[in-house]
Write a protein of this length. Structure first.
Length: 378
């Protein structure tokens, strides 16, 4: 960012003020609130130059200025001060995650809920891609004649269930027998390697009419393969409606529409691979590699998309901060926060970075059997 020190300080002050007030910022307000040792006329001239350079906008001729997408980008990349969470805040997050059920889906949902609660914005979590996970168990529970609940348990600690239609002539014991045979034959197999043929082979010794057995085997196969479907867990979708930016009914409708459109957000989060990551989260890297980074900035990878950069209709007045979580050394999924462009970036990044860290620790504990206390004492 090719700005002199005074312009940098003025831009930072404008963004900070606008984030706090949602009101256009004038030169007199900057002089009074931020104690610049120059006249308001000088500040006004500097703000006019920042507007000419595309960092600020003036919504009305007589109004003050507000940041543009370019201004927010410069702020996030170069001017933002990120403070660590307090010890008390960190402990609250640890306790909530610690009390999550020992099941991966529950942990990811809890992480999403925490993000929304801690930031006041909409949060999202993308379920992990589990095609390399192994089948551990499959159970088929009779609900009523003709309907059963198929429960699939994977090695990653994921439990998925699916309602299925089964022949009405089958009873609970016969369903349980089929499920037991499939589990015995396929337990330990990767989801990628499970086919309808392997399911049929596992159940080949069950003594039932072929047409009845085939229907049950197909339902079991679908339940196993659907256990790998991507899901988005969303919390606080209504929270943005309380911000001034979304008081306009048309903007609010567009925002809610894009969030509720099947597959759009999941696809977008999956494809977020562009290199606008501010700090690389590499535990083995040399600390000197980060020497030019602000010392207050946490060591964590995150992607920040602002306004038009999001390229999704309905989110052009938003910013989207995402990060990845891992299973072992492999990126498994993403968590993110959607807020107004004037979101409190420091607060969002501090929380998403720490919650990502704890989520990684809890996943490692769950998938390796590592003792919880040993993980948290590291």
């Amino acid at each position: 960012m090719l700005l002199d020190e005074r312009k940098r300080n003025i831009l930072k002050a404008v963004v900070d003020d606008y984030i706090a007030t949602a009101e256009p910022v004038g030169s007199k307000a900057l002089v009074n609130r931020y104690h610049f040792n120059v006249s308001s006329a000088t500040i006004r001239n500097e703000m006019a130059e920042l507007e000419d350079q595309g960092y600020l906008e003036q919504p009305h001729t007589s109004a003050g200025r507000i940041p543009s997408d370019k201004g927010y980008r410069a702020y996030v990349d170069s001017l933002l001060q990120i403070e660590d969470l307090t010890a008390a805040e960190e402990e609250k997050i640890r306790v909530v995650m610690r009390n999550s059920l020992d099941e991966l889906t529950g942990m990811i949902r809890r992480a999403s809920t925490l993000l929304s609660e801690k930031t006041g914005y909409t949060s999202l979590a993308l379920s992990p891609k589990l095609n390399h996970s192994h089948l551990q168990q499959i159970k088929m529970l009779m609900i009523e004649p003709g309907r059963a609940l198929v429960v699939v348990v994977l090695s990653a600690g994921v439990v998925k269930d699916r309602l299925a239609r089964v022949p009405e002539v089958l009873d609970a014991a016969q369903l349980a027998q089929i499920a037991a045979a499939i589990e015995e034959g396929l337990s330990g197999m990767k989801l990628d390697d499970i086919t309808l043929v392997t399911v049929a082979t596992a159940a080949r010794n069950i003594r039932l009419p072929e047409n009845l057995l085939n229907q049950v085997m197909y339902e079991a196969y679908v339940a196993i393969k659907q256990a790998d479907n991507l899901e988005v867990y969303m919390e606080g979708s209504h929270k943005l409606l309380s911000y001034p930016e979304f008081q306009d009914v048309h903007k609010a409708r567009e925002y809610l529409d894009i969030l509720n459109r099947d597959g759009i957000i999941a696809g977008y989060m999956t494809e977020l691979k562009e290199p606008s990551i501010l700090i690389e989260d590499d535990e083995d890297s040399d600390p000197d590699d980060h020497a030019e980074t602000s010392p207050a900035r946490p060591r964590a990878s995150y992607v920040v998309r602002i306004g038009q950069e999001i390229m999704l209709e309905g989110l052009t007045d938003c910013s989207f901060v995402t990060t990845t979580y891992k299973m072992g050394d492999v990126v498994a999924g993403r968590i993110g926060v959607i807020g107004p462009r004037r979101m409190a970036y420091g607060k969002v990044i501090s929380n998403i970075s720490f919650i990502k860290q704890i989520l990684n620790e809890e996943i490692r504990r769950l998938t390796t059997g590592e003792d919880r206390m040993e993980v948290h004492q590291k």
